[in-house]
Design a binder for this molecule. Structure first.
Ligand code: URA
Length: 242
């Protein structure tokens, strides 16, 4: 059971600003059950109340969960004075929802980015105590070898006093001609530029980076870069169990 002011429920459901929905309410366009309700501060039980706007029953959703295939060139933030942000790519149908990205990908990193307004889930997924695994595909300048796999497994010292948790590095292919390697990396934390700094520490450079999964949630590869879709119930259940 969740109790909420009628004006908050309506503006949170996309019917306009608080000011706009107050005037809708006062003009008699809202019914609760069979009765017109003109009090914006009326407390509604969002689980049971039957709320109608202009005769149409509305359903209230508290939380939204979107998967984005983040393209390169946009910032994982809700606002930036200079650059386009991931929020700019979210369809206007969600503009009434205070979405934020769960964790950050660098401006040039692509791939899975979860966006939600569920602060508790975000907190759980990002908590350093939980060690939620994140899988990346990367293209590396240089020949990645067994010594790098071993170094990642031992944990890499990124700065004095901080060594990463053991990370899983797998070589997908090495190209002698171009001098590049393709790898998959699983890390269990989310330090700033973590994968780039781990490769730098072993004398190599990340040329391209894409996140493929976060916990049990996998990037839907049919989503083109920049596209967004809501999580399915199964995907959400996986995350809620993390
Ligand atoms: N590690 C990085 O270096 N960059 C990212 O965007 C994510 C992980």
């Amino acid at each position: 059971m969740k109790k909420m002011r009628l004006d908050k429920l309506l503006s949170g459901s996309g019917f306009g600003s608080r000011k706009e929905v107050k005037s809708m309410i006062k003009s008699g366009r809202i019914r609760i059950g069979g009765d017109i309700m003109r009090d914006p501060g009326f407390i509604v039980d969002t689980d049971t109340a039957e709320v109608y706007v202009d005769g149409e029953r509305i359903s209230y959703r508290q939380y939204y969960y979107l998967m984005m295939n983040k393209p390169a060139g946009v910032i994982s933030a809700t606002f930036d004075p200079d650059s386009k942000t991931v929020l700019d790519l979210v369809p206007p149908a969600y503009s009434h929802v205070s979405l934020f990205p769960v964790g950050r990908l660098d401006k040039d990193t692509e791939g899975l980015l979860l966006m939600t307004n569920d602060g508790r889930l975000a907190h759980r997924l990002l908590s350093p105590k939980r060690h939620v695994p994140k899988t990346y595909y990367a293209r590396i300048e240089g020949m990645v070898g067994q010594e790098d796999i071993d170094a990642f497994k031992a944990g890499i010292e990124l700065e004095p006093g901080f060594t990463t948790l053991p990370a899983h590095l797998e070589i997908l292919g090495c190209n002698e001609q171009t001098g590049t390697s393709e790898v998959s990396v699983i890390i269990y934390e989310g330090k700033y530029h973590q994968i780039k700094r781990m490769f730098k520490a072993v004398g190599k450079r990340v040329l391209y980076l894409k996140r493929l999964s976060m916990g049990g949630l996998k990037l839907d590869e049919s989503l083109p870069p920049g596209a967004v879709r809501e999580l399915s119930q199964d995907e959400l259940d996986i995350l809620l169990k993390e």
